[in-house]
Ligand binder design. Structure first.
Ligand code: HEM
Length: 408
């Protein structure tokens, strides 16, 4: 049999920072996919754009979360001086490998599921209706339903008072943004937010709200989390808040924007609300909040025909994978009926999202209530955050008139 030698990885200069980066995102992905499906950028980071390669990155044990030096920095292209942020994220399951990772993950998953089981759909619906309110000609969607529902829900599940959600939200946003850029300056600037959140949760974990019967901490420590270190618990709560807040906010905002730009699909969903489940999976594929995920190679290996040396940072552009024509027919078409839909928006493998059921439930309810309460939704104005890891709106103003008839 003829053995093909691995291909050399081409170099492509990347710039993820431009104001219009998110506007031209999917054209850029398509171009990379066509010409340089695997490339190395000017920082030596290897990027993957194909579905097969990204799926392999997330599920193959030859890739890990930690760099050779044991650091948890997601983009170690700079030094490690961002102090508080680095020591906080070192305790996040997201940046852990086995053997610690499965222990921390199981503990938080169990506690989250137990708390979630106690949150009825009816409570979520009431909250969504209150946040939608009367609609209007120029509704700031981010400071209403999209931003507040996920924050209130995750705060409720952890047991944090709803009144604190408004302080925690901006801190969570600062942490998520710093991690997105991976730049030393941004990481340093986010250090005060990391300290504030760490201090907040240090006080929270000893409070009656956390420790009372049925409280999050009680659930955590009575189950698989009985031997977690104090810092893993405190920073694990910080992470849960960051993970559960930003992503779900972005999913509902991005989804409504995509539906408003595809009014025939919005009408389809109004006419056939039973397709909500497949609709949300498709919205995750089409305009998912998380765009890239990274891992380190633990050994020299070949992926998709390319040789990648040990100790290389490899980034899977899952937003590109979710539009890969080799995996999805008409990938740039929003098709709410699409099935099967093997998107990677929640990741894959050992770190796949533990908040998936919650995210699907709260986004489903939010969209369903929104479509019941409004007529044709139109975009008045929108602006993206110039951001590479998250597809995130900086502003979204919608025209949300009342429904025109008895039917939605
Ligand atoms: C639309 C909403 C969401 C999206 C698109 C999303 C996406 C993701 C993705 C892609 C990962 C994998 C990261 C990786 O492999 O490096 C992940 C992990 C995670 N997500 Fe989510 N997520 C969402 C909502 C949530 C919510 C609501 C929660 C919590 C309540 C949550 C908690 C987590 C946690 C704890 C992890 C880390 C799992 C681990 O490292 O083992 N997520 N999420």
């Amino acid at each position: 049999m003829i053995q093909r030698s691995p291909l050399a990885i081409p170099t492509v200069v990347t710039d993820f920072t431009g104001e219009d980066y998110q506007e031209r995102l999917y054209d850029q992905y398509a171009e990379w996919q066509r010409h340089t499906p695997v490339f190395r950028n000017q920082d030596g980071v290897v990027y993957l754009t194909r579905h097969d390669d990204c799926a392999r990155l997330l599920s193959d044990g030859r890739f890990g979360r930690q760099a050779d030096d044991g650091s948890a920095n997601p983009l170690v292209t700079t030094s490690h001086e961002a102090g508080a942020l680095h020591s906080t994220i070192a305790n996040w399951m997201l940046f852990m490998d086995a053997p610690r990772h499965p222990i921390v993950r199981r503990a938080f998953s169990q506690a989250l599921s137990a708390r979630e089981a106690g949150l009825p759909d009816s409570a979520l619906r009431d909250l969504a209706r209150q946040l939608i309110g009367e609609g209007g000609e120029a509704v700031d969607f981010l400071s209403g339903l999209a931003g507040r529902l996920p924050a209130l829900v995750i705060c409720h599940l952890i047991g944090v008072p709803a009144a604190d959600a408004s302080a925690l939200g901006p801190w969570a946003f600062r942490l998520a943004s710093a991690l997105d850029s991976g730049e030393e300056e941004g990481m340093r600037a986010a250090a005060p937010a990391a300290t504030a959140m760490h201090d907040y949760f240090s006080r929270f974990v000893v409070s009656d709200a956390a420790r009372g019967a049925g409280g999050f901490l009680r659930e955590l420590e009575s189950g698989a989390g009985s031997d977690l270190a104090e810092a893993e618990i405190i920073d694990g709560c910080v992470f849960l808040l960051v993970a559960g807040h930003e992503t779900a906010r972005n999913l509902s905002a991005n989804s409504v924007l995509a539906l408003a730009k595809n009014p025939e699909q919005m009408q389809l969903l109004r006419d056939q609300p039973e397709m909500l489940k497949s609709a949300i999976e498709e919205l995750l594929r089409y305009t998912g909040p998380v765009q890239k995920l990274s891992r380190w190679t633990r050994e020299d290996l070949t992926l998709g025909g390319y040789a990648i040396p040990r100790a290389t940072l490899v980034v899977g552009l899952i937003g590109a994978a979710n539009r890969d024509p080799a995996c999805f027919t008409d990938p740039h078409t929003l098709d709410l009926r699409r099935s099967p839909n093997p998107h990677l928006a929640f990741g894959r493998g050992s770190h796949a999202c533990i908040g998936r059921p919650l995210a699907l439930r709260e986004t489903g309810i939010a969209l369903d209530e929104l479509l019941r309460a409004t007529g044709l939704i139109e975009v008045v104005e929108h602006r993206w955050v110039p951001n590479a890891s998250m597809r995130s709106l900086a502003s979204l103003t919608l025209r949300m008139p009342p429904p025109s008839g008895p039917d939605r």
